[in-house]
Design a protein around this ligand. Structure first.
Ligand code: AMP
Length: 307
């Protein structure tokens, strides 16, 4: 397994593979890998075959975190990640650094530079020399996009950059981040990226909690309270099974009540929507999709499911 951290080296390697006619499968991650990530790696391997190459990127992307979010304390353990990747048969782990991905990101610019950037119309709270973003304008308005206003701009931008560096034929994303996957598919279609997107199922713990790097934050009894997201999904499913079509507003209220029975749980949002367009529905029915975000203490967890 090769570890590549230089972005020019990654692109050169990918171009060499292309010339040799090898299929490239790609799994972008933020690291602190778990079995859910590894299931995406297996899917990539199955898709490109043993003669293809599988690349996993590990990069905690600063531009998808809001100023008050957990960027600096996001869990990181590169040594362990590399072990897991090696055991999973990954060919290349790509670990770019902020300095190359976002030149001069986080550097304090001179007051003259800040003034100039602002005068040119930038509304950035943290101006930087990096100034080209990809913005998906429809699917990203609701749910995660409403709660985390610059999140998807950071996601689409970094994924586009990674696609340009890794040149994948196929990239695998998780159902766990349903809205993200929908937005990436839209970006690929709108901007004609020559890559197919696979969306693979969510892996869960035995008690239903979706695996997530952020589960590390769930210490003490927060861990058991976190199963309430899965309980909410079950309640919604049972409700739809019984009544076929159920008013979304009424179901939202019932789920909020269930969730907030846990002492440290606070609902951020729960939404019922059409799975492809993400358009909210007034009545939830079989085939409707639901997604929710819940704070368990200070940790914000997300999950989603088809009903
Ligand atoms: P992250 O490292 O959280 O950015 O996730 C990297 C990729 O893994 C994304 O496409 C996620 O949707 C996917 N992923 C995260 N958690 C899971 C899970 N429990 N099961 C399957 N895929 C997941």
């Amino acid at each position: 397994m090769r570890i590549v951290s230089n972005i020019a080296a990654m692109q050169t390697l990918a171009l060499r593979w292309k010339r040799a006619g090898l299929r490239i499968g790609f799994v972008p991650t933020m690291g602190y890998l778990h079995a859910g990530h590894l299931s995406l790696v297996q899917r990539a391997r199955r898709t490109v075959g043993k003669n293809g190459v599988v690349v996993v990127s590990i990069y905690v992307n600063p531009t998808q975190f809001g100023p008050k979010e957990d960027f600096s304390k996001y869990p990181r353990d590169l040594e362990h990640d590399l072990k897991l990747c090696r055991a999973a048969g990954v060919d290349v782990v790509f670990t770019p650094g902020d300095k190359e991905m976002y030149p001069r990101w986080g550097e304090s610019l001179s007051s003259l530079e800040i003034k100039t950037i602002k005068r040119l119309g930038s509304t950035e709270s943290r101006p930087t020399i990096f100034s080209t973003y990809i913005i998906e304008e429809t699917l990203s308005q609701t749910m995660e996009g409403a709660s985390r206003p610059t999140h998807f701009r950071g996601v689409t931008t970094v994924v586009a950059k990674l696609f340009n560096l890794v040149l994948p034929d196929v990239a695998v994303f998780g159902t766990k981040d349903w809205q993200q996957a929908a937005i990436i598919k839209r970006m690929v279609s709108d901007l004609n990226f020559p890559v197919s997107i696979i969306v693979a199922p969510t892996l869960r713990e035995r008690d239903g909690l979706a695996m997530s790097s952020r589960n590390k934050y769930l210490v003490g009894n927060l861990r058991s309270q976190a199963t309430v997201l899965w309980c909410a999904i079950q309640l919604a499913r049972v409700t739809i099974k019984k009544s076929k079509a159920f008013p979304a507003a009424k179901l939202k209220a019932a789920l909020k009540k269930l969730i907030e029975c846990e002492p440290d749980a606070k609902l951020d949002y729960v939404e019922f929507f059409e799975p492809d367009t993400l358009l909210p529905v007034s009545k939830a029915t079989h085939g409707t999709h639901m997604a929710l975000a819940v704070f368990i203490g200070k940790t914000r967890l997300i999950d989603n499911s088809e009903l």
